[in-house]
Design a protein around this ligand. Sequence first.
Ligand code: X8Z
Ligand code: ZN
Length: 606
Amino acid sequence: MKYFVKTAASVLFAASIIACSPQTADRAASAAVTETAAEFVSRANAELKELSSEIGAAQWIRATYITQDTAIVAAAASEKYAKWHSGMVQQALQYDGQELAPETRRAIKLLKLGTSLPTPNDSAKRKELTMIATELQGMYGAGQYCKNGDDCTGLPELEDTMFNSRDYDELVEAWTGWRTISPPMRDKYQRYVELVNEGASELGYSDLGEMWRAGYDMSATEFKGEATKLWEQVKPLYKELHCAVRAKLGELYGEDKVPQDGPIPAHLLGNMWAQEWGFIYDIMEPYPGVSDLDIDTTLKTKNYSPQEMVRSAENFYVSLGMPRLPDTFWERSQFSKPRDREVVCHASAWGLDGGNDLRIKMCIKQTYDELRVIYHELGHNYYQAAYKNQEPLFQGGAHSGFHEAIGDTITLSMTPQYLQEVGLISSAAESEKAVINRQMMMALDKIAFLPFGKLIDEWRWRVFSGEISPDDYNKTWWEMRLNYQGIAPPVARSEADFDPGAKYHIPSNVSYTRYFLARILQFQFQRSLCQIAGHEGDLASCSIFGNTEAGERFHAMMASGQSEPWQDALEKLTGTREMDATAIIDYFAPLMGYLKEQNEGRTCGW
Ligand code: X8Z
Ligand code: ZN
């Protein structure tokens, strides 16, 4: 939900926001006749604030306790917000064409964009859509692979198999098993597409994809071009990585299983969606034994609790001059998977009560990967806290990619020096070989992700626009996975499957280009922060841990929330108004050299 729970992963962002009681609606309708635009905006802000606590509470209990009852409560809250939102957008029309102060104009624009789930202005359809959206998210959260009816496994366990198993058939089973949760979503998804598009068109957009793309302070068409430009910049690096990974997997599993002139089987990359490949670092390690990067073992040996892992992330932000998290964060967050009920384990960060009631919701495991997810989530929370003094309509990221990039930027500072300082590794000395090892580990996550990050929404944009019809949902999904990522399903797929539904953000209606943009932006942010910190040497060796000057500048950008166009926010920190991939490319220059050498004589591509 957009305003009070500004988190990428939250259903709230997706499902709805707030609504008025009938009395409030009446008051709104009569007030609208005489209200100036500025008065209208200030009423919108006040109502948003007042209504947010109820909706936040409904969404929180839904995500942390999936039952039929919480579905009813959450859907009703979404519906209430949707109704309020439709009414306010309608009222805002009277200011079209008027000369307005820039901040008033911006607030009205953001109000219009203030939902990722636009509902038709028809009460039956609105109810239907909010219930479908709530159910789809619940189906994902409660999803299980059941063998012989009652031998069931949830996502966290299936993911463990994807991370750790090197048995081809066992991996096929976990991979296909998880995808049994999504065929029942297909019809609901199709109806959801019809209804959100109707809602988007009532707001003046051709479809929901265009509406999502309109949230970037440029035209929807320009935005498409922007994403393509960035992808073209990083594509050569991805292609080299793909080539090197395919070769190693061919050695391990046999070239009959991993043909060296085609796509990589999607289940061999250490991740349920083949989106980040860090878990096959053991297969890819360029110089075995050279580096001490085994943080998983340290976390286990020292038996870090989930809270201790979160504390360590908090300490980083505090070292930058930011405050400690409030006591309520520790009391109200969900750190571990409850044993007695279904929850949405997918990590999210919540900024309830206008950013005063911060929480994360995770099912934390004792791994380095999870530690980085915690840093990521706290980035959302610190952003929410930083902009809490903005008016509700300006409480949000400069754009959604900024929100995703804050915590990730901090993870770039988890250098060997930092990790040694906090006791997670024993030696920080880095030889040239160790640098390559570490870059490989990072690239398996950061670079491997890029085409995935781009294609998820591109598939949805085409679905929303009608270019992809329901009969082709799965076929086009795999065509795009092949074209962009060079991967293929391990077993034949058909339209009886609905593989997009097995990825959290699709049933949960969370747009995804944000993560693609964040992967690029975080290196831009880090380059500037390191300059501010006076770092000398490679960007890859820079950590801003403990640097309050860098922290202050970062915080200043965060504090403006979405009160100004993202280009202004970016310029404040980096001096440039454009997103650009040169920082990520420079960062990985040493690895690019290594990969090219390794791939010499190989035929790359698929
Ligand atoms: O959904 C997330 C975060 C929450 S905003 C855990 N991420 C994307 C994903 O898991 O697919 C972070 C990386 C990409
Ligand atoms: Zn996030």
